[in-house]
Structure formats: structure tokens, C-alpha cells
Design a protein around this ligand. Structure first.
Ligand SMILES: N[C@@H](Cc1ccccc1)C(=O)O
Length: 401
């Protein structure tokens, strides 16, 4: 396998993973302290990498151009396929809703500062959605062009932001422990979503072919890079602000504002803010393109102007409606996304591997270590993550953000 293609694929995985979820990390884990947050992140990274390897175990016996849909149908039947399709829709919609809510409030704050008037976050949400929807509706080629520019800028902004923040870290903040045990449970769904990338696995398999050694490397290193970035980001955010201060910020904008104030340096706030805008825009472009194509395919909308217009409306109106009703719903929507991500990235791979291990001739094939015990453990963790989200929704454990 050419080194270039392997490296490129690792970057695709890392690029899909590092997105809006990262922005929610300091807010979602504000009450945990650096050490606890890092331990949870490492555990969730291990979980996500393990289930990505399970997907490879499934892919090795199938056609290289299989999608999650076709795999689910082959191994789990119609019902499995329906669950996969519904979970995919729900995940895409929830993520887009989070991006619009987050991007909308960022944009309205910016317009308010520039013009000196107060603009409602809903107006920002509409402008942000129309801008991204136009690029996506024109076609994949335009998304590719815009994304290349924004992605490069995002990497530069990330480096500048961490470079400006890390020198201000104070050791005493890093030894803080969780304020309340319930907060650990509350933080799980958002942290879990921030490590999600599993929708991209079939595309990578198609790109690389069934070369398990190369694919394994891509999954492990492609997901380890976001882990490292997230640990540095937690180090910066939790090391600069004490827990009470961090917890007082319930929105991204408030968090950025207090960082600038605390460090008496508007450059710091600006660098975080620019990185946040770019992370939201690139995530939104990638995910809404996936949703757009998926809807056009499922609903058989043609590739002409009217067809693309209709698909655009079905793609963008529902998440925009969410953001209009819940302008502060950024973190809430990322939590909802976790429910369907548990189905897509844990339950489905586990179910498919179970069926395949029973039927396939596995003598010389690739089998992920850990046996039934590991499959059982990750299933239980998946149930805990869904329970954590539901318990937050009905108010039994504290909600984050
Ligand atoms: N990890 C992505 C969200 C995501 C989840 C699942 C699949 C794709 C993307 C983010 O933080 O923005």
C-alpha cells in the first residue's frame, strides 16, 4: 500500500473526528478536572478504535465497495438495515442541528460586535445555514474546493490557538477532581460523539481495498491523532480556568469571552473563535454533504435544479428549525447525536461480528482480539452512554452545557 494513500486516509479519519465535538469538550467536562477527563477520553478512544477494527473484520469478507447499509442487510437482514438507515439519518440530523445552533450563535455575536447592534442568534443560524446550503447544493466539487481552503486554515488556527493557550496553563488547576460523581455520567455522551468517525470507514475501505494491515494502521493512528489534540485542548482549557469558572460558561461564546478576559489578550479569544468557526463550518460541510447525498438517494430526487432544491430543503430545514427553537442547543444536540452513534458505532458492529464469527470460516482471517467478553463489555458501555443521555433529558442527572 502506498504510504501516501495510507497517510491521506489517516488524515481523513482525523479530519472527520476533530470537529464541533471538540468545542463542546471543555464545557461538557468542566466539572471533571483534567485527570478524570483524560482517563475517560482515553477509554472512549480505545472503545471507538476497537469497534472500528470490528468493522474491518466485517469488511474483509465483503465487497470492497460495500456500505454500512449493504453490510447490515447481508448480515442482519432487512430489520438490521432499517435500523442502520434510521440511525444514520438521526445522527446526521442531530449533528447538523448542533452545527447550526453553534455556528449561528457564533455568527450573530460577530455581526453584533461589527455592527454595534444586537442580532438574535436565530438570524445568525439562518445566514450560516444558507451559506453552507448553497455550497452543498452546487455539488460535491464545490464542497471539496471550499473544504480544502477551510481545512488548511483550521489546522493553522488549531496550532496558533494551542500555541497561545498552553503557556498560560497553571499546574494547580490540573489536579482538580470531579465536583460531583453524576457529572462523569453526564459528560459521556458528548465526549463519545467527539470521537465519532465511523461513517467514513466504508469510504476508506473502498479507497484502500481490503488490505487489513494498512487499514488497521489507519484506524489506530487516524483516531489517535484526535486523542492527542483533545488532550492538549483539555490541558489548555482546564489548566487556564479553575472548575467554578469553567462551569459558569454554558455556551461556547461565553467560554471564549472568559478566556480572553482572563488572559487580558484579545488575540487569544480571537484565535479560539476563528478555530471554532472553521471547525463548525468544515464539520457542517462534510456532514451535510453526506446527508444531502443520502437523502437524494433514498428519496430518489434527481440531480437537476428542482431535484437538488428539494433535497436541499429536506436536508437543511429540519436542523434549522431545531436551532431556531433551541438557539442554545449546541451541546444538547451533540448529546442526542450520541444515541444514534452508539447504535452505528457500537451495537451494529458488535451484532455483525457476532453473526459473522458464527458463520464465516475464520481460520486464516482477521479476528479482533478480546472474544465475546470484549463484545459484551463494549455493549454495556453503549447502554450506559444512552442511559446517561436519557437520564439527562429527564433531569435525573445534571445536564452539561
Ligand atoms: N466527531 C465529530 C462528529 C461525528 C460523529 C460521527 C460521525 C461523524 C462525525 C465531531 O466532533 O464533530
Amino acid at each position: 500500500m502506498s504510504l501516501n494513500k495510507t497517510f491521506g486516509s489517516m488524515l481523513i479519519i482525523a479530519g472527520t473526528t476533530i470537529g464541533a465535538g471538540m468545542l463542546a469538550l471543555p464545557l461538557a467536562s468542566a466539572g471533571l478536572g483534567f485527570t478524570t477527563a483524560t482517563i475517560i477520553m482515553i477509554a472512549i478512544w480505545a472503545l471507538m478504535t476497537y469497534t472500528a477494527l470490528l468493522m474491518l473484520e466485517v469488511h474483509q469478507h465483503a465487497d470492497p465497495s460495500s456500505t454500512l447499509n449493504t453490510l447490515a442487510y447481508q448480515l442482519l437482514g432487512r430489520k438490521g438495515q432499517t435500523i442502520a438507515t434510521l440511525a444514520m439519518f438521526f445522527l446526521f440530523y442531530a449533528l447538523c442541528a448542533a452545527y447550526i445552533a453553534g455556528g449561528g450563535s457564533q455568527l450573530s455575536e460577530k455581526i453584533s460586535t461589527w455592527t454595534g447592534t444586537t442580532i438574535a442568534p436565530q438570524i445568525g443560524a439562518v445566514i450560516f445555514t444558507v451559506a453552507i446550503a448553497s455550497v452543498v447544493s452546487i455539488g460535491t466539487h464545490s464542497v471539496d474546493m471550499v473544504n480544502r481552503i477551510l481545512f488548511t486554515a483550521k489546522v493553522v488556527a488549531l496550532a496558533v490557538m494551542l500555541g497561545l493557550l498552553l503557556p498560560h496553563v497553571q499546574g494547580q488547576h490540573l489536579v482538580e477532581m470531579p465536583i460531583e460523581k453524576g457529572l462523569i455520567l453526564s459528560a459521556l455522551p458528548v465526549i463519545f460523539t467527539s470521537f465519532g468517525f465511523h461513517g467514513s470507514i466504508p469510504s476508506i475501505v473502498r479507497y484502500i481495498g481490503i488490505d487489513i494491515k494498512a487499514l488497521k494502521k489507519i484506524m489506530i493512528f487516524g483516531s489517535a491523532l484526535p486523542l492527542m489534540v483533545y488532550i492538549l485542548w483539555q490541558l489548555a482549557s482546564q489548566g487556564i480556568m479553575g472548575q467554578p469558572q469553567l462551569m459558569a460558561n454554558t455556551t461556547l461564546g461565553a467560554f471564549i469571552g472568559s478566556l480572553s478576559q482572563l488572559l487580558h489578550n484579545p488575540m487569544v479569544g480571537q484565535s479560539v473563535s476563528i478555530f471554532a468557526d472553521l471547525a463548525l463550518a468544515t464539520s457542517f460541510l462534510g456532514v451535510s454533504l453526506g446527508l444531502f447525498d443520502f437523502l437524494a438517494d433514498t428519496l430518489n430526487r434527481g440531480n437537476h435544479l428542482a431535484g437538488r432544491g428539494q433535497t436541499a430543503l429536506i436536508t437543511f430545514l429540519p436542523p434549522l428549525a431545531f436551532a431556531v427553537f433551541y438557539p442554545q442547543g449546541f451541546i444538547m444536540a451533540l448529546g442526542y447525536a450520541a444515541i444514534s452513534l452508539v447504535i452505528l458505532a457500537i451495537f451494529l458492529p458488535v451484532a455483525m461480528v457476532r453473526v459473522q464469527r458464527k458463520t464465516a470460516n475464520n481460520q486464516s482471517a482477521y479476528v479482533v482480539k478480546g472474544g465475546s467478553l470484549a463484545l459484551g463489555i463494549v455493549t454495556i458501555i453503549g447502554i450506559i452512554i444512552i442511559a446517561a443521555q436519557l437520564l439527562q433529558m429527564i433531569g435525573i442527572i445534571p445536564a452539561v452545557g
